[in-house]
Design a protein around this ligand. Structure first.
Ligand SMILES: *Cc1c(COP(=O)(O)O)cnc(C)c1O
Length: 399
């Protein structure tokens, strides 16, 4: 890039883009594996991965090749016609999800949640009549920004300015087994939960909690929706974050890493739920198009490979040890470490945003979750060397 362009990029953003994101004052230009480079040639170790999206890192050769091969053939024709890649991807997803039988593709996570809510509402209406419409979500949940998804998102500041949002949602405390009985009643059509909460602070669901939700859903004829948009697809060391619990959902929402950066969401559902959805009930112009699903197939095949997942578990346990050591040697600044696999949070005394900014200065990208949690979401391809580098930089950033 010629001098002046980064300043121009920042100026354009400031002058013309709606100001919903405060951004640091560098301009990213290219990426390679777990590294990003700005227009000044500075290198950053990427422990954000586009918010758990770039699971295979940047400039993955197979992804680039798939784009180059599919783009000249077909990018989009709409869902009015048959194409090849979407069906193949759906088949792969269903084969890897023992309890789920069908897929609807959307363009984002929030749209996957909207669809999940619509399907649950229709299922309850067909089976139980028009009054079973309540949805139970949990404290610290994040499910997206559209009117339905934001209604089941706990943080007041995401909802309150836009009231009235979708009616019928209520919140129960996360990991509070005793509180479930009161929350999940006969008017509930669905319970929605992240097995590992992302934006809300990297809280991991307890075994007894998820199990009890499943039991109460069955007792009250409610559907269980798992939001695996952030925690799914290998991020926690298993393909699905809910896998180790042995608790199965009726509906599961996916998105972030599914096409390694191209926009896609997916709603997986049981045949039972699928049975109430008829042609015309739901739709999307872009969802499941051939270019994106061709790329997603490559991503899904790679991540669902048992050897790849073994790698994720190895590097996860390395990261886990490194974080425990880190918290011990910075006990005054890091009172707690949370999360699972490559989805981790360091609780910070003081401002997480300040630590994030200091990390930028030493060439490390980290995210935050709320005011006091530094969130680590590295690409799943990282090695122990990357972990060592991140820990050293994080130590510098905390000084
Ligand atoms: C990011 C996220 C969403 C929303 O996805 P978008 O693609 O941003 O609409 C929903 N649920 C969870 C758990 C997420 O992390």
């Amino acid at each position: 890039m010629t001098p002046g362009q980064p300043e121009q990029a920042i100026q354009n953003e400031h002058d013309y883009i709606l100001q919903t994101y405060p951004r640091p004052d560098f301009v990213l230009e290219r990426g390679e594996g777990a590294y990003l480079y700005d227009t000044a040639g500075r290198r950053y170790l990427d422990f954000v991965a586009g918010i758990a999206v770039n699971a295979l890192g940047h400039n993955d050769p197979a992804i680039v090749q798939t784009l180059a091969e599919q783009a000249p053939k077909l990018i989009h024709v709409s869902n009015l016609y048959h194409t090849i890649p979407g069906g193949e991807l759906a088949k792969l997803l269903v084969a890897s999800s023992p309890a789920l039988d069908r897929v609807f593709f959307s363009n984002s996570g929030t749209e996957a949640i909207e669809g999940a809510i619509k399907f649950a509402r229709k299922f309850a209406r067909e089976r139980h009549g028009p009054n079973k419409t309540s949805i139970v979500a949990f404290e610290n949940s994040f499910h997206g920004r559209t009117m339905g998804a934001v209604a089941v998102t706990a943080r007041e500041k995401y909802r309150q300015p836009f009231m009235p949002v979708m009616p019928g949602a209520r919140f129960a405390p996360f990991n509070d087994v005793a509180a479930l009985e009161e929350a999940i009643t006969d008017d509930v059509c669905a319970v929605i939960v992240e097995p590992v909460q992302g934006e809300g602070g990297l809280h991991v669901a307890d075994q007894a909690f998820l199990q009890r939700i499943r039991t109460l859903c069955d007792q009250h004829g409610a559907l269980l929706i798992f939001d695996e948009i952030q925690c799914g697809m290998g991020r926690t060391g298993t393909l699905w974050a809910h896998e180790p619990y042995g608790v199965h959902p009726d509906i599961m929402a996916l998105a972030k890493p599914l096409a390694n950066g191209l926009p896609i969401g997916a709603i997986l559902l049981t045949d039972q739920v699928a049975g109430v959805i008829k042609p015309g009930d739901h739709g999307t112009t872009f969802g499941g198009g051939p270019l994106i699903t061709a790329v997603a197939q490559v991503v899904f095949r790679r991540i669902s490979d048992p050897q790849f997942l073994t790698h994720v578990r190895h590097v996860s346990s390395y990261l886990d040890e490194a974080l425990q050591d880190f918290a011990q040697s910075h006990a005054d600044r890091v009172p707690a470490v949370r999360g699972r696999g490559l989805m981790r949070g360091l609780q910070i005394t003081g401002s997480a945003a300040t630590v994030r900014a200091a990390a930028h200065d030493v060439g490390l990208l980290v995210a935050t979750a709320g005011e006091d949690v530094v969130r680590l979401l590295p690409p799943l391809i990282i090695t122990p060397q990357h972990v060592d580098e991140a820990m050293a930089k994080l130590a510098q950033a905390l000084q």
